[in-house]
Design a protein around this ligand. Sequence first.
Ligand code: MRU
Length: 355
Amino acid sequence: MHDSHVRPKIETIRWVGDENGYAELIDQTLLPSCFKYLRCDDIEQMWKAIRVLSVRGAPALGVAAAMGLVLGLKESSAKNGEALLGDLTEYKKYLESSRPTAVNLFWALDRMERIAEENRHMTALRLRRRMLEEAIAIRDEDMRTCRALGKKGESLLKDGDSVLTHCNAGALATAGYGTALALIYAATEAGKRVSVIADESRPLLQGARLTAWELKEASVPVTLICDSMAAQVMKEGRVDAVIVGADRIAACGDTANKIGTYGLSVLAKEHGVPFYVAAPVSTIDMALADGADIPIEQRDGEEITRWSDRKIAPDGIEVYNPAFDVTPAGNITAIVTERGIIRAPDREKIAATIE
Ligand code: MRU
């Protein structure tokens, strides 16, 4: 379906030129001090952009990986589709080694490979063009999906609500409209006055640097808090709903998202606050029965022991730095997808939505 009226709020990632062109993405490591596009001409640059979080957020990682594959294919000397497919499999493996948790990255690469297999009879050049078309289709679909998800989910919010969110599941984490923040944007567009409390999201501060920035850009009222303040803020009755995104949802509804999300779900339960997960269907991994099997990315300890170029912990200190945690389905009031709202999610309801 072609939907030309769907325009991103922020153009997180784009392709410039034909199959020999390049990708440009907002360098999110520089925000909020500097808004600048990073140009990726080759697959190594895209791998690094993913690894260092210049581009991040599950749906955006899917788009970045697909475009990364197109960049890889520029280097291939294959003369026919069959040989190109062989190279593509190698590039795919390489991109899969960038970050392990967000399933959208793997989902997008699998989709690209499937299309290449179906079109292996093409010449190498025609297949490369087809691959670029598919990468762009993944990006365009993500924009439509996020809009649909926002529209479905905004019914959960009423005029005057205050929503607590964690990390960044906004326009910057997708092709351009967001998942958790899509509900906020859609509610605002529907005329409701909704405000946001943004957790700063240590250690990399996606909440402070990115969510606070993009909500301010969109003129949505936002208040920044430290992660450790969430309990008190809920106790004071300042939160009507918690809405977060997801990196991977297992078949039973257990959800991996930015470290700290699980704690918020426990707090929400304790304080009788609804806890919503907003994610496209492509974030659901039916191959994993439950959350225990979701691979959790472990990141460099320096993200915790250094503050910019300053040391903030003693030399040689032992550090544990998982980038994500898993919220059990039992703590989730509803999962909002582009296909509808799954209340009290479980295996059966999720399978019925996926079908
Ligand atoms: O490490 P990040 O910044 O890639 O983590 C991102 C998140 O945890 C998001 O909440 C998630 O990917 C959902 S994005 C719509």
